[in-house]
Design a protein around this ligand. Sequence first.
Ligand SMILES: [Zn+2]
Length: 143
Amino acid sequence: MSVPFRVQPALDDENRFFWLSGEDGCLRFARCGDCGEWLHPPLPRCPACGGRDINPEAVSGRGQVWSYTVNHHSWDGSTEPYTIGLVELDEQQGLRLTTNLVGCAPDEVHIGMRVRVTFEQQGIVWFPLFEPDPDVTDPEGGS
Ligand SMILES: [Zn+2]
């Protein structure tokens, strides 16, 4: 069983919640309590209103592929190509997360594909990855 190499994030007081959030199966982003703006990466002040009432809040974990790239370079010793995606969460336009797309072949990935979060634990960190949303039937799929 091979676990793909992932770059361990540097945890700090502002992003710690994000990387540990998957422990209970929920993806969380920092959100401004004053205006409701979602912030990623987390910031001490809200860029929209300047508010400082910033707290982690759970999101649905659903979104769509905004852009992606397939990496064929075997820099981690594995030979499988993998897909790096930029996923935009449903909660807010522009709330995007760089992640790995799993659970489907790289050539099945397309812009606008519906995805949902899944987590992979390595050490204390829970990496948020995205897989095809099983509750969505893709009209362009099939043949
Ligand atoms: Zn705000």
